[in-house]
Design a protein around this ligand. Structure first.
Ligand code: HEM
Length: 505
């Protein structure tokens, strides 16, 4: 006992020191965010300065990124220059991330700087939140967000008749369908947005606007490297693309400005014609009430640029893909035609009301979106602050890239994914869309044009097949289902013969 006391007294400072150390350790451990202790996502090594860029491949980035997911798993990171890109190849992880505010940013890059923070697609923060909510409300009122509300007023804006007449004029000869489609589709988005329709695919104003938009998409892919290597802005080639994007945007914006001015002069507050009218009225309301808002002319014009380009390019490419797949799969074509004949007949045109009775046609729409991979890589998000995902640390400002191609073509999710097979979207005769299929993305930034797209594609396809058989032309190089990558993936240019149907067969 006597010998124990001095020993205890002697060890007391050591015990005290240990206790202090443990307390300090616990305080530090608790004050560091949990996410800071997590590992970063795995990923391949790159080379100094360029990162993974030299290994991305020329064009088909989505394929390289899908191959990487086989090595590194559903979530991994690569570097392009000094920018960290986290690629997500799994729907559940995309859902988990995109429902959170912290993952709802858009990257601040050389190309998005051109837009000065305006618009919806590339903006974020309070401006994006307010403006997205407003666009959503207006699209709903105009009948473009729900099959229940206002669809009659939308139905007559989707004018398929002119497109069918243009096609009839081809007289069963091989023709390129894209210019005819682009005119018809831009009339839908043009009339919703600004009550603007183009008379024909020969209309000069339309052709010029379309040219600027299409060139913009092409140049965007060319100038993309400046987002990761800003010095490239001064390298000829890339610099040309960069300057031309600015020039084209100035031109489309001055076209849209003229339309806004005309709307202002003819505005009737009790008779809202389109999105521009709704915007001007709301802007006035905020101004009168002295209430702060992000409504401005610059913002309105950029939203018009956003919607016109998204509504035109993606939908045109989707219908162009649909025509190609149907031409290459006559059995699918016949099946849609028997559905049209049974539900609609030949005396009237298909209507949106018919869709619920035409599951095979709807299933074909989903299969076209899946197999074409119109949007192979979804729009890049950015993290607004340090965060975590699936046990990984995701630093603030990380680019988050959803690889939709990896999901659409995953053999674990789809039997024989290369095959075009609408039947996979049917169960017991009803349309069945699996939860893992997210062509319009998910969460806070999900596409606002999903319902409009479905309505348009349904009316175009069913009306087209009511009138025509789509046949492979008797030419040297018959069409194949191959895509060219730009902002969205369009099929390689092809020709089709639209032959008036002989219903006696
Ligand atoms: C085949 C047709 C279309 C496809 C596959 C498609 C797909 C997508 C995808 C993947 C996104 C990115 C969402 C995200 O950032 O997570 C998006 C965003 C968007 N889409 Fe679409 N889209 C289509 C048609 C349209 C149409 C017709 C409109 C016109 C109303 C439209 C308006 C928008 C807008 C405004 C956004 C930005 C949403 C935001 O950033 O908050 N889209 N779309």
């Amino acid at each position: 006992m006597h010998t124990l006391v001095p020993t205890l007294v002697a060890t007391l400072p050591t015990v005290r020191l240990c206790l202090i150390f443990i307390i300090v350790f616990l305080i530090v451990r608790l004050s560091i965010k949990r996410s800071h202790l997590l590992p970063l996502p795995p990923g391949p090594f790159g080379v100094p300065v360029l990162g993974f860029l030299p290994f991305l491949g020329q064009n088909y980035f989505h394929i390289t990124l899908t191959d990487l997911s086989k090595r590194f798993g559903p979530i991994y990171q690569i570097f392009l220059g000094n920018k960290r890109i986290v690629v997500i190849n799994d729907t559940n992880i995309i859902r988990e991330a995109f429902r959170l505010q912290v993952f709802s940013g858009r990257p601040d890059t050389e190309l998005t700087k051109i837009l000065q923070g305006y618009g919806i697609i590339n903006s974020d923060g309070a401006l994006w939140k307010e403006q997205r909510a407003f666009l959503h409300t207006v699209l709903r009122k105009l009948g473009a967000k729900s099959f229940l509300q206002g669809r009659n007023c939308l139905e007559h804006k989707i004018r398929v008749q002119d497109f069918l007449s243009d096609l009839k004029a081809c007289d069963s000869r091989p023709c390129r369908i894209r210019p005819l489609l682009a005119c018809a589709v831009s009339n839908v988005v043009g009339s919703l947005l600004m009550s603007m329709t183009f008379k024909s695919s020969e209309d000069k104003t339309f052709l010029h606007l379309l040219g600027l938009m299409e060139e913009g998409f092409r140049l965007f892919s060319l100038a993309m490297p400046v987002n990761f290597f800003p010095f490239l802005r001064f390298v000829p080639g890339v610099n040309y693309a960069y300057q031309k994007i600015i020039q084209n945007r100035t031109e489309t914006s001055s076209y849209f400005k003229k339309i806004v001015d005309e709307h202002r002069q003819t505005l009737d507050r009790d008779q809202i014609r389109d999105f521009v009218d709704a915007y001007l009225v709301q802007q006035e309301k905020y101004k009168k009430a002295g209430q702060h808002s992000y409504f401005s002319e610059e913002q309105l014009i950029q939203v018009m640029n956003d919607i016109f380009s998204a509504g035109l390019e993606n939908v045109t490419s989707t219908i162009e893909w649909a025509v190609l797949f149907l031409m290459l799969n006559p059995k699918v074509q016949k099946q849609i035609q028997s559905e049209v004949d049974e539900v609609v007949g030949s005396k009237r045109m298909p209507q949106l009301d018919d869709m619920s009775s035409m599951p095979y046609t709807e299933a074909t729409f989903w299969e076209v979106l899946r197999r074409s991979n119109v949007i192979a890589l979804g729009n890049t998000h950015s993290t607004l602050e340090d965060s975590e995902l699936c046990g990984h640390r995701i630093p603030a400002g990380t680019h988050i890239l959803p690889n939709l191609y990896a999901i659409n073509m995953d053999p674990k999710l789809w039997i024989d994914p290369e095959k075009f097979e609408p039947q996979r979207f049917l169960r017991n005769g009803k349309v069945f869309k699996p939860d893992h299929f997210i062509p319009f993305s998910v969460g806070r930034r999900m596409c606002l044009g999903d319902v409009l797209t479905k309505m348009e594609v349904f009316l175009f396809l069913s009306s087209l097949l009511q009138e025509f058989d789509l046949c492979v032309p008797d030419i040297e190089d018959p069409p194949k289902a191959q895509g060219i990558v730009a902002a969205s993936m369009a099929p390689k240019p092809y020709q089709v013969c639209a032959v008036p149907r002989n219903r006696n067969n």
